[in-house]
Ligand binder design. Structure first.
Ligand code: ADP
Ligand code: MG
Length: 559
């Protein structure tokens, strides 16, 4: 048995690892399982190119807890390590990565989240363990090795009698980390980080009921057998080709992702690109309500099937964070701050790729089945409107499929709407006036008054609308949006000017004066309408300008 010193120039690295580097102790398990997965996939590669002549078989990674000894075991059947390799990869390389990491990210390390990419992954074990053992046998015909380290820079490296290929990592857990021996806690972690990793992961066993034979008697008890409890799906839908998947596969993957979600998604977008960056994933449009605050952080970010985070801010444009699904990319730098991310060239490309794919999908849904698209509109409009407001590229593309619903449930494209109103809805300056209501019930009488005059009235009711209208007015020529209860409606060239009121001029003035006594002048304008109109003889409107100011203040800035 040899003893030695881990090659490290940064003094007291272990206390650092424990205290500052990882705010999240639990990620040690993800790191160790990632290593076990890497080791297994390396062996797969070596056997496939004939470099290793051993049988690859059907390797699994096993996680076992021993409550009595307070140990947690992670066992793989991968390439293993020779003694020399333990020296090199564990004692030397791993720490050179650690040094670099600490130098560079001393201050920001807390929120960096990802560590594996600095060769620090293995040492995360010391966040929860005071002693770590590696028992490993290489696929090469060499004796097994046993490495022991007790959280200082001293280690021992000797022989082991392990005969099967692969590596076992044994963690002797700290007294205050014994939660990681509890079945529920381990299950929770495995589900969170490892649910879609590419090598089967076994944690305990479970009972499986066998299907009855067809000719079995009615009262026969179904047979039960004990099988490995495999916690992951090594081939999640996003890793497959879209052509190999049916609609139902996408739906069942959605249920796998969100087991507690009973509502089906409206449609999906399969992302798949390998140049100039690597990215796969599936995004789902869930049914969205007009309330935009509740539904963020549902997209999960993976790196080579390892869960990283469900905060994709900066990687996906903000409006798309209302969607659900997964994104998997080895090209997203995960080790840096969010503000750096937003300036990163690759990330910008990824973000605009995703935006484009979403726009293309919406356009094809619209083109291929407009009726269905109209049905879905109310459930997706909040995302589209928000996207139009915040992303100029999306705004341009959205012109082709954005719908403008009327209060009567018709849906027009912008072009169609223009066609409908250009004759009848222009104001005195020759501007086209788009009338809309924001609430069908509250603005009911204004709506019917406008409809009586043959005007089209849209229903635009999301909280973004006031901002979006401004954007549309500035980007399109010669249009103005006017809410049905606004004083600007009066600027429309009316067709019914020849109607005369049944009230005398004097009576009209008095009626108006009476109303003005009770309705605050700064907020509303009183106007008299011809009495033979079906609508009310008198209308109270809001000055358009004032109302807009107020709305903007209520909904905050928007873009
Ligand atoms: P990284 O995974 O980023 O290389 P780690 O600190 O997680 O860094 O691991 C350091 C090295 O130790 C790995 O690159 C690998 O060579 C070796 N190693 C760790 N775990 C295993 C394992 N289960 N089987 C074989 N080699 C391993
Ligand atoms: Mg690693």
């Amino acid at each position: 048995m040899a003893t030695g010193k881990i090659n490290v120039s940064v003094e007291n690295i272990f206390p650092l690892i424990k205290k500052f580097l990882y705010s999240d102790h639990e990620i040690f398990l993800r790191e160790l399982i990632s290593n076990a997965t890497d080791a297994t996939l390396k062996l797969k590669h070596l056997t496939s190119i004939g470099e290793a002549t051993v049988e690859y078989g059907n390797p699994v990674i096993e996680v076992k807890a021993n409550k009595e000894n307070k140990t947690l075991h992670i066992i793989d059947q991968g390439i293993g390590m020779t003694k020399e390799e333990v020296e090199k990869y564990i004692n030397e390389v791993a720490f050179s990565g650690a040094e670099e990491f600490l130098e560079k990210y001393k201050d920001s390390a807390k929120d960096s989240g990802i560590i594996g990419h600095f060769g620090l992954g293995f040492y995360s074990a010391f966040m929860v363990a005071n002693k770590v053992e590696i028992i490993t046998k290489s696929y090469k015909d060499e004796p097994a090795a046993h490495w022991i380290c007790e959280g200082t820079t001293d280690f021992t490296l000797g022989d082991a009698d392990k005969t099967e290929r692969g590596t076992e990592i044994i963690l002797h857990l700290n007294d205050d980390e014994t939660e990681f021996l509890e079945e529920n806690r381990i299950s929770e972690l495995l589900t969170k980080y490892n649910k879609f990793m590419p090598v089967p992961i076994k944690f305990g066993t479970k009972e499986k009921t066998l299907p009855k034979a067809e000719d079995a008697p009615e009262d026969e008890e179904p047979k039960k057998i004990t099988v490995d409890n495999i916690i992951n799906n090594p081939e999640p839908a996003w890793t497959k080709q879209p052509t190999d998947l049916e609609e139902e596969d996408y739906k069942s993957f959605y249920r796998e992702l969100y087991p507690m979600q009973f509502e089906e998604p409206l449609f999906h977008i399969h992302l798949n690109v390998d140049y100039p960056f690597n990215l796969t994933g599936i995004l789902y449009f869930p049914k969205l309500s007009n309330d935009m605050t509740m539904q963020r952080d549902k997209i999960q970010l993976y790196q080579n099937q390892v869960f990283v985070t469900d905060n994709v801010e900066g990687i996906v444009p903000e409006f798309l964070t209302m969607l659900k699904g997964v994104i998997d990319s080895p090209d997203i730098p995960l080790n840096v701050s969010r503000s750096y991310l937003q300036a990163d060239g690759a990330v910008k490309k990824i973000s605009s790729y995703i935006t484009r794919k979403v726009a293309d999908k919406l356009k094809s849904l619209f083109n291929n089945n407009r009726e269905d698209f109209e049905k879905k509109w109310d459930d997706i409009k909040v995302v589209i409107e928000y996207g139009m407001l915040t992303e100029d590229k999306f705004f341009e593309k959205a012109q082709k499929f954005t719908l403008y619903p009327t209060v009567d449930g018709e849906y027009f494209t912008y072009e169609e709407l223009e066609e409908k109103i250009k004759e009848n809805q222009t104001d005195k300056d020759g501007k086209m006036v788009i009338l809309y209501a924001s609430n069908k019930d509250e603005q009911h009488s204004y709506i019917s008054a406008a409809k009586d005059k043959g005007y089209q009235v849209l229903l635009l009711d999301t909280p973004i609308v006031p901002h979006l209208i401004q954007k549309l007015e500035t980007s399109k020529e010669n249009i103005s949006f006017v809410r049905v209860d606004s004083d600007h409606v009066d600027n429309l060239i009316k067709k019914d000017e020849d109607k005369t009121s049944k009230l005398s001029e004097e009576e009209q003035e008095k009626l108006k004066a009476d109303f003005e006594k009770v309705v605050p002048k700064e907020k509303y304008t009183i106007q008299l309408e011809a009495m033979d109109s079906n609508a009310a003889p008198l209308i109270i409107t809001q000055p358009e300008f004032m109302r807009r100011m107020k709305e903007m203040q209520q909904t905050g800035g928007g873009g």
